[in-house]
Design a binder for this molecule. Structure first.
Ligand code: FAD
Length: 379
């Protein structure tokens, strides 16, 4: 039986869910408070490393194959090292018989193509329309948006990390502040990145350089303890680049800023309940994690994939509750992994430092262990 889903939020996750639900024959209305997404020739600041399972979903939705190749940065290798010890590990896609380990895409580019595909598929798209309030009961939902009341069968909250719908529904959160900020920017590098995603762990947080389509451009994600991040924020561009150069261990040669810089507070949070009668939380509205392994959006695409498995045929509330339980387990496992990485590498004491140096070296040399690590990085 077809249902009417109201999706609130036109980010990557809301759009993917709206498109998938529409493709299954459901009626879908998507409400987004901002403009319909679009992009220019300039590289966007926000990018995501898309894992194989997310790419499979986006291919199934008919979107991946239409993304412009000149805006996609497939990465075939990864290098992770510890700035303060001898620990280093390098992965290559061919070690697990893959052609790449994933691809870097600008969020805005992906959102634009998802939006177009959703429009073509017949999703009712309402841009510049904020949801003011909502009602959920045992047999229907409704939202007040842009001066009209829209009624439906299910309400999907994909309205991001601060989710007004989650807050209005009073769904409690588990959270901790990482007390770090993420600085993002586009960097021009004198040496080609060769399709390698690089990350160095400093005691103040990890710094990642993600390869973009241009062989001399990378996307920087510098996660830094708040105090240090505030110092970075106050530096002018030339002093900022000097600091970045110093922590890069010359892995990409001479670095230059090719964009402005933007800063985001980093916080782990996850909603204790993702379902309330006919309200369903997905994506960052349900969980947000540290960007160090680039898995936040991938976790959201996992929510969408599994939700679409439930909605493909007639479903019961028990099946939705099963979906909630499964997805919570996936989110908690990811949060725990991020936390152990962050704590393990954020420690400047000599013994943990020595242990992580030995650990990384061993993992780099023991082939089965390394293959297992690559597979978990593939998502
Ligand atoms: C620095 C950084 C780097 C990251 N790198 C990666 C990475 O490499 N790989 C990865 O997988 N993830 C990464 N992430 C995480 C990823 O960006 C997010 O998980 C993802 O963008 C969440 O998408 P979303 O659609 O759930 O939410 P959002 O993109 O936040 O979308 C929510 C939408 O809801 C709309 N909205 C909100 N309230 C209302 C309302 N009342 N009415 C109507 N619309 C509303 C907003 O306008 C917005 O468009 C990173 C995050 C950060 C901070």
């Amino acid at each position: 039986m077809t249902q009417h889903f109201i999706v609130v939020g036109g980010g990557m996750i809301g759009l993917a869910s709206a498109l998938g639900l529409r493709r299954q024959g459901h009626r879908v209305t998507l409400v987004e408070q901002g403009d319909a997404p679009s992009y220019s020739d300039e590289t966007e600041l926000r990018v995501s490393a898309i894992a194989h399972h997310s790419r499979a979903l986006l291919t199934e939705l008919g979107v991946w194959q239409n993304l412009p190749a000149e805006r996609l940065g497939p990465y075939t290798a990864m290098e992770v090292w510890d700035h303060d010890s001898f620990g280093r590990i390098a992965f290559a896609a061919n070690e697990v018989n893959q052609t790449d380990l994933g691809a870097i895409i600008e969020n805005r580019v992906l959102e634009t193509h998802l939006w177009q595909a959703a429009a073509d598929a017949g999703v009712e798209l309402l841009a510049q329309t904020a949801v003011q309030n909502h009602k959920v009961s045992t047999d229907e939902v409704s939202v007040e948006a842009g001066g009209q009341r829209i009624r439906g069968d299910y309400l999907v909250a994909a309205d991001g990390v601060n989710s007004p719908l989650r807050q209005a529904a009073g769904l409690p959160l588990t959270f901790w502040d990482y007390q770090q900020q993420g600085c993002v920017a586009v960097i021009r590098c004198s040496q080609p990145h060769n399709g390698c995603a690089r990350q160095v762990f400093l005691p103040t947080g990890p710094v990642a350089w993600l390869p973009l389509a241009d062989p001399h451009h990378v996307s920087l994600v510098w996660s830094a303890d708040t105090e240090f991040a505030q110092q970075l924020q106050q530096l002018d561009d030339s002093d900022f680049i000097k600091q970045l150069q110093a922590v890069s261990d010359q892995c990409l040669g001479q670095l230059e800023l090719a964009s402005t810089r933007a800063y985001f507070p980093l916080r782990m949070q996850y909603a204790k309940r993702w379902l309330q009668q006919r309200l369903i939380l997905i994506g960052d509205a349900a969980h947000s994690i540290h960007p160090l392994a680039g898995q936040g959006a991938n976790l959201g695409f996992g929510d969408v994939h599994d939700l679409l498995t439930v909605t493909a045929t007639e479903f019961t509330s028990a099946e939705l509750r099963h979906w909630e339980r499964q997805r919570k387990v996936a989110a908690v496992q990811m949060i725990a992994t991020m936390e152990s990485f962050k704590r393990g590498f954020g420690n400047a004491w000599p013994v943990p430092k020595l242990l992580r140096g030995i650990g990384l070296r061993l993992a780099d040399r023991i082939a089965p262990l390394k293959r297992a690590l690559i597979k978990s990085a593939l998502g």
